[in-house]
Design a protein around this ligand. Sequence first.
Ligand SMILES: Nc1nc2c(c(=O)[nH]1)N[C@@H](CN(C=O)c1ccc(C(=O)N[C@@H](CCC(=O)O)C(=O)O)cc1)CN2
Length: 295
Amino acid sequence: MHLANDPAAPATPEWVLTLSCPDRPGIVHAVSGVIAGLGGNITESQQFGSPVTGRFYMRVQVALPGTPDDGADALRDALARVVAEFDLTWDLDRVGRAVPTVIMVSKEAHCLNDLLFRQRAGDLPLDVVAVVGNHPDLAGLATFYGVPFHHVPVTRDTKPEAEAELLRIVESTGAELVVLARYMQILSDELCVRLAGHVINIHHSFLPSFKGARPYHQAFERGVKLIGATSHYVTGDLDEGPIIEQEVERVDHTRNPAELVALGQDVERRTLARAVRWHAEHRVLLDGLRTVVFR
Ligand SMILES: Nc1nc2c(c(=O)[nH]1)N[C@@H](CN(C=O)c1ccc(C(=O)N[C@@H](CCC(=O)O)C(=O)O)cc1)CN2
């Protein structure tokens, strides 16, 4: 868990290196050898070889004491040979950096409120730079937390203009993540491609059950004994994007749809918060239609 002003926080700034490449022997040895050659100290390391895609995934946290500028340039230069030899796709970021984030909402407040509170409490490494709502209902909540609110209405006819405005907000704020916090409009395929891997949604069911609208009502009609929530990356295929996190809660015959909705809200916000935290900490890597989550 990321806590601001944590006394146990590392004295030397740490870097998080994530990578993927075609799986083959020697990758961990090569990467750890580069880090050792710089006098670096690995404080966390996880890796996975995907039998489905044949790709290898790795996440390493590294302290590089004694190197200039905390070591980022030295690490990049030293990695160049390994990148070429193993055809690495990689990313390097500073551990704990607050990720500039736009949160999109409609009328439901529980997920937005949870994310803004957790950011304020230092529980999420986010910098929420804007809230975008297709209804004005949550403007006051964003303002309470000092976050600019943009009312961007959406109709079937105005969706292209609305999405152009969203992109303008994303680009002007430098946002690296867009979170759909019970945003109830379907994003166009074009926008999903443009922001692929950078849009996270919370769907209020245990996918793949009950995709689409009103999942709690679908669940009530089915007589389920578990309700749930699923946080996933957004793609053009509605509620089919790579799953990041899920949670379920037991229910029974005594619950009506309104009670299922109320019970589900806590499940939704916890599920979304974990998914957003793991994304912001570079713990989630895309493995085709799935994810690898180094929790
Ligand atoms: N391209 C995507 N857009 C969105 C996704 C997604 O996975 N891919 N998830 C939804 C959130 N959502 C469920 O979690 C959801 C929201 C809205 C609807 C829906 O059918 N809404 C309207 C139609 C709105 C429109 O046409 O834009 C309706 O009720 O008919 C279903 C699921 C967010 N966006």
